[in-house]
Design a protein around this ligand. Structure first.
Ligand code: SF4
Ligand code: SF4
Length: 332
C-alpha cells in the first residue's frame, strides 16, 4: 500500500549539481544558466564542499546531478571522496549517455543507484521532449547498468506532453529490469517557465486519475515507486521541508538552496565562498518558508500557482503539499 513519507529529522539529503554542462537540450530542462552559471566544479573543490553538509548523528545521502554529471571527467573521484567523508548513500542521476565509461570507473559498492531520466514509453514521445536518439541511448545505458549489477532507477517527469504514455511504463520498466521508479511532477522553472504553465502542468484530476493507478501497477511488478503527494485536502496538515528537514541543492557557482522551486531566483539560503558555507543575504527563501497561507506551499503559489483552484468565495479548494513530500509504494 502507498504511504506518505514524512520528512526525516535524522538525515541530510544533498543534491549536488557538480556541473551545469549537458550534451542535451531537453524541452523542460530546469537548469537556468543565468542563475546557475556554466561551470564545472573541480573534484577537490567538490570534496571540500561535501564536507560542509556532514552532520554528527545524521546519515547524509548524496545525489549527484548536472547538467549531465557523467560529463564530469572526475566523477569517480567525487564519488570516492563522498564515501571517504562518510556519506551513507550515493546516487548518480543521468540522461543515460554515461560518458567517460563511468560504469567501468565505479562499482555497485560505491554507487547505490544510477537514476536514468526517461520521459516517454516510446522513442517518439521521449525524444520529442529530450532530443533525437535519447530513448535508444538511455535504454541502452539502463541495460548496461543492470547487467553490471548496479541499482537502477528511472525518473519520469510527467507533463501534458507525455501523460498519455505513463500507463505503458510498467511493461517498459519490467523489460528493462529497473529496481525503482520515480514519477516526478513537472516544475515550472528553467525552460518550462518559458513554455507556460497551461502547456505542461497537469490538473488535479489528470494527476489523480493517472499517477496513483500506474504507480500501483508498477509496484505489483516488483518495482518500488515514489511520487510526490502534490495535493492536500484543506484539513490535512501542511509542512514545509524548509522548516523541518535538511535538504540542500548545491550549484557550482556556490549557491545552496533548500527549496528546488526557488532555483529560478537569487533566493538561495546559503552561499559557499572561500570562507565556507555562509548564510545568504536577506530576503531569501528561508524568510518565505515561515509564511502560512491557505494554499499550502508559498513558493508554489508564487511561481506555479496554476495547480490551485478556488471556490466562489475565493477560498482554495485544496492545498499544495511541499514538493519534497512523497508517496512511496514498496515493491509488491
Ligand atoms: S534536463 Fe537534464 S539531461 Fe536534459 S538538458 Fe537539462 S540537464 Fe541535460
Ligand atoms: S516546496 Fe514549498 S513547502 Fe516545500 S520547501 Fe519549498 S517552499 Fe517549503
Amino acid at each position: 500500500m502507498k504511504q506518505t513519507v514524512s520528512f526525516s529529522k535524522n538525515a541530510v539529503n544533498v543534491f549536488f549539481h557538480i556541473t551545469t554542462r549537458c550534451n542535451l537540450k531537453c524541452a523542460h530542462c530546469y537548469i537556468n544558466p543565468v542563475q546557475h552559471g556554466d561551470s564545472t566544479l573541480p573534484a577537490a573543490t567538490a570534496g571540500r564542499w561535501l564536507s560542509f553538509f556532514q552532520k554528527p548523528g545524521k546519515a547524509a545521502n548524496l545525489i549527484l546531478l548536472g547538467g549531465e554529471p557523467t560529463l564530469h571527467p572526475e566523477l569517480a573521484k567525487i564519488v570516492s571522496a563522498a564515501r571517504q567523508i562518510g556519506y551513507a548513500s550515493v546516487t548518480i542521476d543521468t540522461n543515460g549517455y554515461l560518458f567517460h565509461d563511468i560504469l567501468d570507473q565505479v562499482t555497485p559498492e560505491d554507487v547505490d543507484y544510477f537514476s536514468f531520466s526517461l520521459d516517454g514509453a516510446t522513442p517518439a514521445t521521449n525524444d520529442q521532449i529530450r532530443g533525437a536518439g535519447c530513448y535508444a541511448a538511455c535504454t541502452r545505458g539502463i541495460r548496461r547498468a543492470v547487467e553490471k549489477g548496479f541499482g537502477v532507477s528511472v525518473i519520469y517527469t510527467v507533463s501534458r506532453k507525455n501523460l498519455h504514455e505513463l500507463a505503458d511504463m510498467p511493461e517498459v520498466l519490467s523489460d528493462l529490469g529497473v529496481h525503482r521508479f520515480f514519477i516526478q511532477v513537472i516544475g515550472i522553472r528553467g525552460r518550462s517557465a518559458q513554455a507556460g504553465q497551461d502547456a505542461l502542468q497537469l490538473t488535479r484530476q489528470q494527476w489523480e486519475q493517472n499517477v496513483p493507478p500506474v504507480a500501483q501497477r508498477v509496484a505489483k511488478r516488483g518495482i518500488a515507486v515514489t511520487y510526490p503527494k502534490v495535493f492536500l485536502e484543506t484539513d490535512e496538515i501542511f509542512e514545509c521541508a524548509g522548516r523541518v528537514a535538511e535538504n540542500y541543492f548545491i550549484f557550482p557557482n556556490g549557491r545552496v538552496y533548500q527549496c528546488p522551486l526557488c532555483e529560478d531566483f537569487a533566493l538561495h539560503s546559503f552561499q559557499i565562498t572561500d570562507q565556507g558555507l555562509l548564510p545568504a543575504p536577506k530576503i531569501n527563501e528561508a524568510d518565505l518558508f515561515s509564511l502560512d497561507i491557505a494554499e499550502g506551499c508559498v513558493i508554489n503559489k508564487l511561481v506555479q500557482g496554476g495547480n490551485i483552484d478556488y471556490d466562489n468565495q475565493g477560498r482554495p479548494k485544496w492545498k499544495i503539499a511541499c514538493c519534497l513530500l512523497k508517496e512511496e509504494i514498496p515493491a509488491g
